[in-house]
Ligand binder design. Structure first.
Ligand SMILES: [Zn+2]
Length: 429
């Protein structure tokens, strides 16, 4: 087997290339929503990976949520075959970034380098990880051209909005079939010395309470949907939130606060819609006849999704028992089951050894509080041998002045290259 030193040297020689590649990716403003410039970033990746000897496919997720002629959902899948049969190792990165938000002191799409960090929206989540995986693959191919199996790199759309125009679309079309791909690394920003085994589950629902409109000066002639919703929230405070907080998981979720069941009230809207800032008039006096709340419930591998829903319906039952005219609709918006790869899965043990060789200590094993594209690879692709591993600090994701550390990217790229060596060179005669 090739000396690890040669691979590490090949990565080290690519430091400037890694910086430039990351900057180029940041400078393509692939905001989602709406899903901008996917074609542009896929074409950029296409040129890069063709040059490295990959065969590439650009795939538009026609008909997926969000896909339109104005904002087409483009994805790229690149594959480079080895010289003999063996496993396929796939690096999957999402190409989209979330909105900029306020509070930036650097240009969000400038890719500025300062104090060993590259700044920009998506620097850590996850263009830095994508760049690290490309550098790892290129260094590996150059150093060890006679490898077994295949290397795949994909850049996929819409992870931030559920992944339906990205990994889910590809998984439905067999791109993550275990017959085609055997190992998946998703370089999300989980830190260079942590292996993320999976994520908690999600249940999103919209509750609408119903009332009756009337003149605001005579609310007794109507029925206030907002007061009904207030009663629901009060009941949640009284019984549901404490019950969730008391439920702990054996999943190694980080941060520690997420090792319990959680529920976020995502939004509440009741009564007449808010006017835009240009409107200078007063509201009209009406009793709200509709109030809507979106809840975002995150659940544990020990919990059953049907129990999660039943628990919330029990809240509504108790409110209904105590109030007159309590009427509502409850609509599920989204569900994702928890996913957790076994600790002795080949991709886990391989990356763990590579982390140890690179950083000199064993990795931490973590589970993500939120979901990412592993859900589709697991549930649709039926591929269990999947982890998230990549550079960057998760807490910086989606924040102003997001950055990725250059040394962190370099070390992650080393870990990825050593993992390729272990998985694709061991069958060497
Ligand atoms: Zn991400």
């Amino acid at each position: 087997m090739i000396a690890q030193d040669q691979l590490i040297a090949a990565i080290s020689a690519r430091r400037n290339d890694l910086i430039a590649l990351t900057q180029d990716l940041i400078r393509i403003p692939t905001l989602n929503p709406p899903g901008a410039d996917y074609r542009q970033i896929c074409e950029y990746l296409d040129r890069r990976l063709l040059h490295a000897g990959f065969e590439t496919e650009l795939i538009r997720a026609i008909g997926a949520p969000g896909d339109s002629d104005q904002y087409p959902r483009w994805n790229i899948v690149a594959r480079r075959e080895g010289t003999r049969p063996g496993d396929c190792v796939h690096f999957n990165s999402h190409i989209d970034v979330v909105e900029i938000g306020h509070g930036w002191t650097t240009d969000p799409f400038g890719g500025e380098v300062k104090d060993g960090k590259i700044y920009g929206r998506g620097a850590c989540d996850m263009k830095g990880g994508l760049a690290a995986s490309i550098i790892a693959a290129e260094a590996f191919i150059e150093t060890c051209p006679d490898y077994a199996g295949a290397i795949e790199i994909s850049g996929t759309a819409d992870e931030e909005s559920g992944g339906f125009g990205g990994v889910a679309y590809l998984a439905e079309r067999g791109y993550f079939d275990p017959a085609r791909v055997q190992h998946v690394i998703i370089p999300e920003p989980l830190n260079k010395d942590r292996i993320c085994l999976g994520h908690r589950g999600v249940w999103w629902a919209e509750l609408e309470t119903k009332g009756e409109i009337a003149h605001g000066s005579m609310p007794f002639l109507g029925d206030c949907a907002v007061r009904h919703m207030g009663a629901v929230v009060a009941e949640m405070e009284h019984r549901l939130f404490p019950a969730l907080a008391a439920r702990r998981t054996d999943m190694p979720v980080v941060p520690d606060g997420a090792r319990q069941s959680t529920l976020n009230i995502n939004s509440i809207h009741g009564g007449e819609p808010e006017q835009d800032a240009a409107y200078t008039g007063l509201p009209s006096p009406c009793v709200p006849d509709r109030c809507r709340m979106v809840i975002d419930r995150r659940f544990l591998i020990e919990e059953d999704i049907d129990d999660v829903e039943a628990e919330f319906r029990a809240v509504l039952k108790r409110v209904g028992d105590a109030r007159e005219n309590f009427d509502y609709d409850l609509r599920e918006l989204h569900r994702v089951l928890p996913s957790m790869t076994e600790r002795d899965a080949p991709i886990v043990t391989t990356v763990a050894r590579a982390i140890e060789a690179t950083l000199g200590h064993a990795p931490d094993y973590v589970v993500s509080p939120g979901t990412y594209d592993q859900k589709h690879i697991d549930r649709i692709g039926r591929l269990k041998n999947c982890i998230a591993y990549g550079p960057g600090i998760l807490d910086l994701a989606h924040k102003p002045d997001e950055y990725v550390g250059i040394d962190d990217m370099m070390q992650s790229a080393q870990v990825m290259a050593l993992s390729l060596a272990e998985l694709l060179l061991r069958a060497e005669p």
